[in-house]
Design a protein around this ligand. Structure first.
Ligand code: ADP
Ligand code: MG
Length: 468
């Protein structure tokens, strides 16, 4: 019976689609008018139901008569992390087709720099560019206590992608500590050692944009199909998926598909899995299947090593004393350290000046200030609302609820402290208030800091995030 169905379907749909979606199906049982077929995953089932339900119905009716029924059995994993497959039985045809995910994703302001790294050219002849940056390698990823675990796990994965228990490999740590660098380095190394593998590096942000686009253009299945062709998937900054349940859902399917097929997944995040907010539990539990490796702040010795390697790369010499001065004072992260040293090199060559300790002091001071100035009102709103676990709309809303009012006033206070914006402009950005409201907010916070110990603790916690 099934073979007859297959033949009918084959004659009526594209060959590639037939191979992809119908050849993997196994017919397992026929009782009365009901045919049981086994499919590899729930996702597979949903796709069949969404795309091919009518042709299946016709094929079955032809083979079994008007009373024909189709039932699916799905090999799928148990969500507790136990990888023993079990089967789940699901009905077909009389259920309504699966609806496309409802979108909860605000359309991103598209950064013109952020080019879509590839187009999905339909189902045939997909060519995947890895999007790897070959400037990021293991060779120039200096090892220190702060990154040793992540680095060696990365090397292990690069040697045997999909073949270690580090799957997924999740690299987490604060900004500028080398997550993106290491993620690329792993990909670059795999390309070198296993040239036959299809590798893709993508930021979670671009992934989200592509997904949203695919929903809009009704090419969601091509999107998913594309990702299923990949042997090594590297997704950078997955914390970006928080709160975006549609994208999380599709990522969950892709992740499962890849994992089940022994493909390697590498993820980075600025938070440990336990601290990730608004990420579905089932995804978080997947992340824990492999290894989570933290990259910490580099210690002094590592900072010195990094400064020296930059100088070496640029062919610049500098007195030991100055190297140590910079390494000692710029400790927040590697990116700032690089920025400081490069700006020092630039200053000295531009002004044809010797690099003196005075110049170094001047540059480092200015550099650290520059970094402070980069804190934006948007960022402040995000940090404050995250801290109090509310969303930005709530923070800005008209409500008079005390804790929300205080959070909003605190955001205004930080905006005054860390940005150069006028009171009026702060007011208009944080909930459309006027400058008097902002002034009042700042006074209220000053008072609270003196009188309310608990509030002061909140303040200090949040303040740390700005003065790293
Ligand atoms: P993250 O993704 O964690 O924010 P990046 O990977 O972008 O950080 O790193 C910031 C900068 O610091 C990059 O230029 C990167 O090359 C450099 N960097 C980070 N860690 C190291 C390291 N261990 N050795 C050499 N350079 C590093
Ligand atoms: Mg990064």
């Amino acid at each position: 019976v099934w073979n007859n169905c297959l033949k009918f379907i084959q004659d009526n749909i594209q060959e590639q689609a037939f191979k992809t979606w119908f050849l993997p199906i196994k017919a397992i049982e026929l009782t009365d008018n009901a045919l049981y077929i086994q499919v590899p995953s729930k996702f597979f089932y949903e796709w069949l139901e969404e795309h091919y339900v009518s042709i299946l119905k016709v094929a079955l009716t032809k083979a079994l008569g008007a009373e024909a029924k189709l039932l699916y059995k799905i090999r799928m994993e148990n969500t507790t992390g136990n990888k023993q497959p079990y089967t789940e039985q699901l009905p077909s045809a009389n259920r309504s087709p699966v609806k496309t995910q409802e979108l909860d994703i605000p359309i991103q302001n598209k950064d013109p720099e952020l080019k879509n790294p590839f187009v999905i050219p339909g189902i045939r002849n997909v060519k995947i560019e890895s999007q790897l940056n070959s400037n990021y390698s293991f060779d120039n990823f200096l090892e220190g206590d702060s990154n040793r675990l992540a680095r060696s796990a990365g090397l292990a994965v690069a040697n045997k992608p999909g073949g270690t228990s580090f799957n997924p490999l999740l690299i987490f740590g604060g900004v500028g500590l080398g997550k993106t660098h290491l993620a690329h380095a792993i990909g670059v190394e795999i390309k070198e050692l296993h040239p036959e593998k299809t590798i893709l590096y993508i930021s979670a942000e671009v992934f989200t944009q592509q997904y949203v686009d695919s929903v809009r253009k009704k090419t969601r299945h091509d999107f998913i199909y594309f990702y299923q062709l990949i042997d090594v998937l590297i997704v950078d900054d997955i914390q970006f998926l928080s709160g975006k349940s549609g994208t999380q859902d599709v990522f969950f399917h892709i992740f499962n598909y890849l994992h089940q097929n022994g493909k390697q997944v590498i993820l980075t995040s600025d938070k440990a899995p336990v601290d990730m907010q608004d990420i579905e539990q089932r995804l978080l539990s997947r992340f824990k299947w492999g290894l989570s490796a933290e990259i910490q702040h580099p210690d002094f010795d590592t900072r010195v090593k990094i400064v020296k390697s930059i100088l070496f790369r640029d062919g610049v010499e500098m007195p030991e004393e100055i190297i140590e001065y910079v390494a000692k004072n710029v400790k927040s992260n590697v990116r700032e350290l690089e920025g400081a040293i490069i700006s020092l090199i630039a200053q000295s060559s531009f002004n044809k000046r010797e690099v003196t300790l005075d110049l170094a002091k001047h540059v480092v001071e200015k550099f650290v200030k520059n970094v402070k100035r980069e804190i934006s009102i948007d960022y402040i709103q995000k940090v404050v609302s995250d801290y109090f676990q509310m969303d930005i709309e709530t923070l800005c809303s008209k409500t008079r609820k005390r804790h929300i009012v205080q959070a909003r006033q605190l955001a205004m206070f930080f905006a005054k402290k860390y940005t150069k914006s006028s009171l009026a402009s702060i007011g208009s950005q944080i909930g459309d208030r006027d400058h008097a409201t902002v002034l009042h907010a700042c006074k209220t916070i000053d008072n609270l800091l003196e009188t309310d110990k608990q509030f002061k603790k909140y303040y200090e916690d949040i303040n740390k995030k700005f003065s790293l």
